[in-house]
Write a protein that binds this ligand. Structure first.
Ligand SMILES: [Mg+2]
Length: 101
């Protein structure tokens, strides 16, 4: 899948989510949501590494899947932030992460 296609899918999904739950997808929402998703990713890492309460522990393959889901949420909401701020994220990543430091 091309990055532009992924961006479009993320924005379409976020737009549908906003309509379904009557939430305005503005820059404030997107920024706070990014913090929420980073927190969920951190929680998933803690659970995956069994650095959480034992009742939260699950099989490694399950916790690994949750890690992937939450990291995907972080990237998805980063894409939403970029869209709302008028940033071409593909170009920004390409410029910022050009390697050879
Ligand atoms: Mg999440």
């Amino acid at each position: 899948m091309e990055f532009n296609d992924l961006q479009k899918r993320v924005i379409d999904t976020a737009t549908s989510y906003g309509k379904k739950y009557d939430i305005t997808m503005d820059e404030d929402f997107a920024l706070l949501k990014l913090y929420e998703e980073v927190g969920e990713f951190a929680q998933a890492v803690l659970i995956h590494r069994k650095k959480s309460r034992p009742e939260k522990h699950v099989a490694k393959d399950v916790s690994k899947m949750k890690l992937a889901d939450e990291l995907a949420d972080v990237v998805g909401i980063a894409i939403l932030n970029a869209h709302l701020l008028g940033i071409d994220l593909e170009e920004a990543i390409s410029n910022k992460w050009r390697g050879a430091y």
